[in-house]
Design a binder for this molecule. Structure first.
Ligand SMILES: CC(C)(COP(=O)(O)OP(=O)(O)OC[C@H]1O[C@@H](n2cnc3c(N)ncnc32)[C@H](O)[C@@H]1OP(=O)(O)O)[C@@H](O)C(=O)NCCC(=O)NCCS
Length: 168
């Protein structure tokens, strides 16, 4: 089988994306419309990992404002006109296909940000993924009470992280 590779996500990938999300994030469920809206609003940030005939993962990102956290399983309605970060909403890959693919997705998102004059990547790290994101150049942001409250829907241990592209 050829090496897994990322390609732009299409509406027809939604069932596969939903199935992977349900398997990888059973405790953080999101409706298909939430995925579909991100693909409509910012197709460039939405990719799927193709392995042979199979979709083995997805990555969803969109322009946003730093220190603002979109609640999980909610529509964005629109993207901000004055976006100052590309927000990585989620990257999930089936276990058999992991190893180097997140780094490739983030490199593509970084290129997209630079091309759009956006100098920062942002995300909420869930589970115990903080060291992994640090490895990719993200740093933890000191969270005030307001930011912590917004992180509630992301579960225990969720951390807001930024990566300054100018510094790398
Ligand atoms: C997160 C996920 C997409 C990573 O995929 P992956 O292909 O294994 O990631 P990569 O191999 O590209 O990892 C990027 C870097 O982090 C490192 N890394 C991986 N796991 C790590 C860990 N537990 N601690 C520290 N570093 C880690 C990798 O070694 C790699 O660094 P390197 O290129 O210098 O070797 C995959 O594990 C996944 O789907 N997890 C479940 C969903 C999830 O947690 N998503 C993130 C939500 S915030």
């Amino acid at each position: 089988m050829s090496k897994p590779h990322w390609r732009p996500a299409h509406a027809s990938d939604l069932p596969a994306i939903g199935a992977i999300a349900a398997r990888i994030h059973p405790d953080l469920p999101e409706s298909p419309e939430v995925f579909a809206e991100k693909m409509r609003l910012y197709p460039g940030g939405c990719r799927v990992l193709v392995a042979g005939d199979e979709i083995a993962g997805y990555g969803l990102s969109h322009p946003w404002k730093q220190h603002r956290i979109p609640p999980l399983d909610a529509l964005l309605a629109r993207l901000p006109d004055d976006a100052d970060c590309l927000y990585v909403h989620d990257v999930a890959v089936l276990p058999d296909f992991r190893g180097g693919v997140l780094r490739t997705y983030v490199a593509a998102i970084e290129e997209l940000a630079r091309a759009s004059q956006i100098a920062t990547l942002a995300l909420v790290s869930v589970y115990a993924t903080r060291p992994l994101w640090e490895r990719l150049g993200f740093r933890t942001v000191t969270m005030d009470a307001e930011l912590r409250a917004k992180l509630e829907s992301y579960g225990e241990g969720a951390t807001y992280m930024l990566r300054d592209l100018a510094a790398t």
